[in-house]
Design a protein around this ligand. Structure first.
Ligand code: HPA
Length: 276
């Protein structure tokens, strides 16, 4: 187990580095998952950092996930875009998976918008759909809060009701409706991966109350919640989760389909950020 003080020393050191290189903490961070990076094309006045320039920042190993941080303005708001993230299935520890989001919050960012590509389980979630995350099932078998707790960073037993902030969900709904962007709301199941689910597992997940399934987000959300951040989550449905008569799933297809939802995501995020 990592020594507790080392865990937070690394977080503090990344937070300090971000402050030195990107300036004061912006209003919000958006973590953009596979295929969703195009949102960054709207950023002005920006400063960027490659992940490999940042001490202690874990480097992604997945094709299409090489990462950077871009800090700048979307409209009148200063935001940080995190392009890419690392996953447990790459072999990183839970502590490494959540170190980036912890560091960003430690820097002073209070609002976290998580995005991901996900497989649709509920039949109303077709490829290209946006799902606002109401709640999640952490089925990774891990929790970033295991081990000694530093009470100065967050509670030992954080409450997980309304983890996905009611206020931010209402704002997403309001702005999507105003912009005539189609969306659904639902429960995201976060699994370890990297194999996609078997059809039997998808049936099980449906029974457990999941509407969409993916391999990220839930650990970062637990860590962000622990530190008291306001959190919103958006899944871009890239494919129907596996079924007996469905197509075979490939990473390339999933990325391309996630990209198709980006135009709507971009419009939505731009207008939500203005109203934070
Ligand atoms: N399963 C798990 N993760 C995913 C999927 C899926 O079907 N699509 C995109 N990420």
């Amino acid at each position: 187990m990592s020594d507790l003080s080392d865990v937070w020393k690394r977080v503090d050191s990344v937070a300090k580095f971000l402050g030195e290189h990107l300036g004061p903490a912006p209003d919000a961070v958006m973590v953009l998952g596979s295929g969703l990076r195009d949102v960054a094309s709207e950023l002005t006045d920006e400063r960027a950092l490659q992940f490999d320039e940042i001490p202690y920042w874990p480097k992604s190993t997945v094709a299409g996930h090489t990462g950077e941080l871009r800090c700048g303005k979307l409209g009148d708001r200063r935001v940080l875009l995190q392009l890419g993230r690392v996953h447990l299935y790459e072999g990183y520890t839970v502590e490494e998976v959540v170190r980036p989001i912890r560091s960003i919050i430690q820097w002073g960012v209070k609002t976290v918008i998580m995005t991901n590509a996900a497989g649709g389980i509920n039949e109303y979630l077709k490829p290209g759909a946006l799902m606002f995350i109401d709640d999640h099932l952490n089925l990774t078998g891990h929790n970033p809060l295991v081990g000694p707790n530093d009470d100065s960073r967050g509670e030992r037993f954080p409450d997980m009701t309304d983890t996905y902030s009611r206020k931010l969900r209402a704002l997403l709904v309001e702005e999507a409706s105003r912009l005539d962007i189609d969306f659904k709301m639902g429960v995201y199941a976060g699994l370890l991966g990297p194999s996609y689910e078997t059809p039997a597992e998808v049936k099980m997940l449906r029974g457990l109350g999941a509407d969409a399934v993916g391999m990220s987000t839930v650990l970062e959300v637990v860590a962000a919640r622990h530190m008291g951040a306001d959190i919103a989550g958006i899944s871009c449905i890239s494919n129907m989760a596996a079924s007996y008569n469905g197509p075979r799933l490939t990473h390339e297809d999933v990325q391309m389909a996630a990209g198709r939802a980006t135009t709507q995501m971009k419009r939505l995020i731009l207008s939500v950020v203005e109203k934070l």
